[in-house]
Design a protein around this ligand. Structure first.
Ligand code: HEC
Length: 336
């Protein structure tokens, strides 16, 4: 204990306070000045406000973005995903159109109006007959899938079965064939090379008339029904028949004869040779043009074969003789 240093006991004299926290009097204030205090309160208030605003902006952005991304509730197709899907679909329709014009139009018509092959743009057919699955089967198996005709002119298209088109191309074709009138795509016109807008064929609002005949499974059956009363069923009146004219179908889109003349007021006979294996044809007579009123319709039958049609007397004028199944087959009949 003895060698412990004793702290000097401060004497009375040395008791002057040590100015340890001495600083200039203007800084060393025990409280804050009124203005300074007010300023601090103010600053922390506005930084809280700024933070609040920041949070509000971020929250609002998240909400708006969510609607933009996910779509408005109840508004179909307004989401970004839907929009992207629709764009992809339209791209597929566009490619399908190009495939169609390149591969199918020469037989089915540029607008699907039919030619060598049956009509494809018919609303009744598009509604109930040309379903995606049916189209897939037809394009995969080929024309024989349609009416069971082994000699069908329509080949196989899918490469899974030896055809030229791959799976994706078949899907694109189906997307085009089933495209609706709401689907508008910009494409290059195969003939002029100019950009044009094309619209799908299918009208989603279409409903068949009540009591309408359903589309038959085999398109040829649509022609087999309702033979014209003036057709071959009419027995040939003995005597009184005028001239006999021979008309032949030489290709699936052409009659051999492009025109013939008949006498006015005298019944006449048409001997029609259908030389196209498995392809149904007939001869019908319409007033003036192929779209004019039908005055005679011969029985439709598949080639190869011959029918004799007895045509009633016609008044003088110009008529068109056509094939009901292939209206592009047409010639002129002059009656005088
Ligand atoms: C050489 C002419 C030809 C070409 C080219 C052609 N078709 Fe056909 N198509 C036909 C014929 C003829 C039929 C009817 C076949 C039958 O009944 O045997 C047919 C039938 C069809 C049918 C069934 C129609 C129905 O009413 O059931 C569809 C669908 C079809 N073709 C789609 C296509 C598509 C798509 C292409 C292009 C990839 C195409 N066709 C190319 C001649 C052709």
């Amino acid at each position: 204990m003895s060698d412990e240093k004793q702290l000097p006991v401060p004497s009375e004299k040395a008791s002057t306070p040590v100015p340890r926290l001495s600083s200039p009097s203007q800084i060393q204030t025990h409280g804050l000045t009124a203005e300074r205090a007010a300023k601090i309160v103010n600053q922390s208030g506005s930084s809280r406000m700024a933070a609040l605003l920041g949070i509000a902006i971020v929250t609002l952005f998240i909400i708006v973005y969510a609607f933009y991304d996910q779509g408005l509730p109840g508004v179909e197709g307004s989401s970004r995903l839907d929009a992207a899907k629709h764009e992809q679909y339209l791209e597929s329709v566009k490619r399908g159109y190009n495939l169609y014009e390149a591969n199918c139009a020469r037989c089915h018509g540029e607008q699907g109006q039919g030619g060598i092959g049956p009509v494809l743009n018919d609303q009744g057919k598009l509604l109930a007959h040309l379903t995606p699955q049916y189209l897939m089967n037809v394009l995969t198996v080929g024309g024989r899938y349609i009416c069971g005709d082994a000699n069908s002119l329509m080949g196989v298209w899918a490469d899974t079965n030896g055809g030229p088109l791959n799976y994706r191309e078949i899907e694109e074709l189906i997307d085009w064939l089933r495209a609706t009138t709401d689907d508008v795509v910009k494409v290059r016109d195969p003939k002029t090379g100019e950009m044009i807008e094309v619209t799908g064929w299918r009208d989603v609002a279409y409903a068949p008339a009540p009591g309408a005949t359903p589309v038959p499974a085999c398109w040829k059956d649509a022609f087999a029904v309702s033979p014209s009363p003036s057709g071959p069923a009419t027995p040939t009146p003995s005597g009184g028949m005028g001239e006999t004219y021979v008309i032949s179908a030489v290709s699936p889109i052409e009659f051999e004869q492009s025109a013939f003349e008949a006498a006015a007021g005298v019944p006449f006979t048409i001997v029609f040779n259908n030389n196209n294996v498995g392809v149904p044809h007939n001869v019908a007579i319409h007033v003036e043009t192929a779209t004019g009123e039908e005055v005679f319709k011969g029985e439709i039958f598949s080639g190869i074969g011959t029918r004799t049609y007895n045509v009633p007397a016609l008044t003088a004028g110009t008529y068109a003789f056509i094939c009901t199944v292939h209206p592009i087959m047409a010639g002129t009949l002059t009656v005088k």
